[in-house]
Write a protein that binds this ligand. Structure first.
Ligand code: ZN
Length: 93
């Protein structure tokens, strides 16, 4: 029973964290405020992730040129989409 309650609490926390990240709705491990960088030093922004690195920092950020939509590319094999509002290609941001 305790294990069940703990699992439920973890799920609720996860859902809350995802919903709080509107409009991106990233899972907590891809949200900057939940990332605990181990290496310190230089920022990861704009740097290519090492090959085979499964870390969440590998996701590139794309945005609508009109600024209303943000999308994170989960991996290099995923095609870059378009803004659902303006139907224009997203640009790296
Ligand atoms: Zn747009």
């Amino acid at each position: 029973m305790r294990a069940l309650l703990a699992a439920h609490a973890n799920t609720a926390w996860f859902l809350t964290a995802v919903l709080a990240d509107a409009p991106a709705y990233r899972p907590p491990y891809q949200q900057p405020r939940y990332l605990h960088r181990q290496t310190g030093g230089a920022s990861y922004r704009g740097m290519a992730a090492p090959a085979g690195d499964p870390g969440p920092v590998a996701a590139d950020r794309y945005a609508c040129p009109h600024g209303d939509y943000v999308w994170y590319r989960p991996d290099i094999g995923t095609p870059i989409g378009a803004c659902p509002t303006h139907h224009v290609p997203l640009v790296r941001a």
